[in-house]
Design a protein around this ligand. Structure first.
Ligand code: TMP
Length: 388
C-alpha cells in the first residue's frame, strides 16, 4: 500500500510509487494492536496534507476540549499550553483566546508556517524526551499538554511519555484523544488502519503505559469524532491516592465483553471486511451497469486505503471532490483518482457520491442539500454499505 497521504502530481504519475507493508500485530501480553512495519515519519509528516481546521466537527471538538480544560484548571496568562502535533494551530487558537500562553510542536514545515502566520508560536520538530528538554529550557514547564490524534502516529510511546513527564508541571494535566479500538472493531472501520497510525489503542494497554510513568486517568469520555474516539485527561498519581473512575471500569468491562484482547476477535474482524468488500464492489458494479455516474467525496487518507484495498479505480469513480486546497489538482496515491474542489459536484451533476470521508458524512450531506435536491444520492460504505 502506498502511504495514504502521498498524493501524486500529474507529471509524476508514470513514476512507480513506493509501497509499504500494511499489516497489524496483536500483543498477547498487553493487548495492544500495532502495525508490523514503521515508515520513516519524515516521509509521512514533513509535508503533511491533513489540515485540522477544515471541518466544523473538528473545530467544535477543539472548542469543547479547550473550554473544559480552561474551566478545570482556571487558566490565566501565566499558564502554558503545549500541543503536540499542533497542525495548523486550530486547537491552540482556542486556548490563546482564553488568555493562556501557547506553544505548538509539529514536524510538518507547511503546517508550522500556517500556524505561525496566524500567531501561534510553533516549534517545527518531532516530540520526544530531548525536544521536551529543549522546550522546558526555552519556555518553562507546561500546565497543559494536549496530544489529539497524534500519539498513535508515534512509534516510541516511551519517548512520548518521558517527554510528557519532563515537560509537565507537578499539578499539570496531560490530555489525549485517539480513535478507540472498540469503535474500530465494532463499526468495521478497517480503513482507519494505515501507515500513519502505528497503534490502535484500547484502555488496558494504554493504562499499563501511563501508569509506568506515574500517571493516572482523571477523566475519560467517549467521543463520536473520527468514527469513535476516546478523550483522556491524566494527572500525576498522588502517593497513596487512587482516583477511582466508574466510567473507566465500565469501559474496560465493555472491552472484555467485545473480546478486544483476543486474537479470534481480530481474525473475525478481518473476515467481516472481506464481506464488506464484496458488498460494496457489487453495489458499485450494478450502478455502473445501469450507466450511473459515481464520484468519491473526501480524499481522506482512509479513503485511499479503502479504494486501494477494495480495488476501486477510475473505472468506477470518475474523480473525488475534497475541500482541502492542497489535495485539489493532485491524484490519489495508488489508484490515481483525480481530486477536484467540492464545487465540481454541483456543476457536473453525477448520480452518486461515495462518501470516503464517512466520519464527516453528516456534515457533508447537510452541506450538499442542492445535490440531493436534484436527485443526487450518497453512498456510505461503513459500517455497512448503505444509500442515503
Ligand atoms: P479525514 O477523514 O482524514 O479527517 O479527512 C477528511 C477529508 O474530507 C479531508 O480531506 C477533507 C474532506 N472534507 C471535504 O471534502 N468536505 C467536508 O465538508 C469535510 C468535512 C471534509
Amino acid at each position: 500500500m502506498p502511504v495514504p497521504n502521498g498524493f501524486v502530481s500529474y507529471d509524476k504519475l508514470k513514476i512507480p510509487e513506493q509501497k509499504f507493508e500494511l499489516a497489524c500485530f496483536f500483543c498477547d501480553d498487553c493487548g495492544l494492536v500495532q502495525l508490523t512495519k514503521v515508515v520513516n515519519p519524515i516521509v509521512m509528516f514533513r509535508n503533511y496534507a491533513y489540515v485540522s481546521g477544515m471541518a466544523n466537527v473538528m473545530m467544535n471538538n477543539f472548542s469543547n476540549l479547550s473550554y473544559g480544560i480552561y474551566k478545570m484548571l482556571k487558566l490565566n496568562k501565566k499558564s502554558l499550553v503545549v500541543d503536540i502535533g499542533s497542525n495548523d494551530g486550530s486547537l491552540l487558537a482556542f486556548f490563546k483566546n482564553y488568555g493562556a500562553r501557547v506553544l505548538g510542536i509539529d514536524p510538518a514545515l507547511n503546517l508550522a508556517k500556517i500556524a505561525q502566520m496566524r500567531g501561534i508560536p510553533t516549534e517545527c520538530m518531532l516530540f520526544n524526551f530531548n525536544s521536551a528538554r529543549k522546550i522546558v529550557k526555552k519556555y518553562g514547564r507546561a500546565d497543559v499538554i494536549c496530544a489529539t490524534n497524534v500519539i498513535a502516529h508515534i512509534d516510541n510511546l516511551h519517548a512520548v511519555m518521558k517527554g510528557v513527564d519532563q515537560l509537565l508541571t507537578t499539578a499539570g494535566v496531560f490530555v489525549t484523544e485517539f480513535p478507540y479500538l472498540l469503535d474500530l472493531i465494532e463499526k468495521n472501520e478497517f480503513d482507519t488502519i494505515y501507515h500513519e497510525h502505528l497503534s490502535y489503542f484500547s484502555l488496558k494497554p494504554w493504562i499499563k503505559l501511563i501508569e509506568s510513568y506515574g500517571f493516572e486517568i482523571i477523566s475519560v469520555e467517549r467521543l463520536l469524532i473520527h468514527g469513535g474516539s476516546i478523550r483522556l485527561i491524566h494527572g500525576r498519581k498522588k502517593l497513596g491516592k487512587n482516583t477511582h473512575l466508574k466510567t473507566l471500569e465500565y469501559l474496560i468491562s465493555l472491552e472484555l465483553r467485545a473480546g478486544l484482547y483476543s486474537k479470534k476477535t481480530l481474525l473475525d474482524f478481518s473476515s467481516q471486511i472481506e464481506i464488506l468488500k464484496l458488498d460494496l464492489r457489487k453495489m458499485l458494479a450494478n450502478l455502473k451497469k445501469s450507466k450511473k455516474r459515481i464520484i468519491g467525496y473526501g480524499a481522506a487518507a482512509k479513503g485511499n486505503v479503502l479504494t486501494n484495498y477494495f480495488g476501486i479505480s477510475t473505472k468506477i469513480l470518475d474523480y473525488i471532490v475534497d475541500s482541502t486546497p492542497y489535495k485539489q489538482g493532485l491524484f490519489t496515491p495508488g489508484m490515481h483518482i483525480p481530486v477536484y474542489g467540492e464545487g465540481r459536484l454541483f456543476e457536473d451533476k453525477p448520480d452518486y457520491a461515495l462518501i470516503l470521508a464517512w466520519n464527516f458524512a453528516d456534515e457533508i450531506i447537510e452541506k450538499q442539500k442542492a445535490f440531493r435536491r436534484r436527485g443526487g444520492k450518497f453512498i456510505i460504505p461503513i459500517p455497512k454499505v448503505r444509500i442515503v
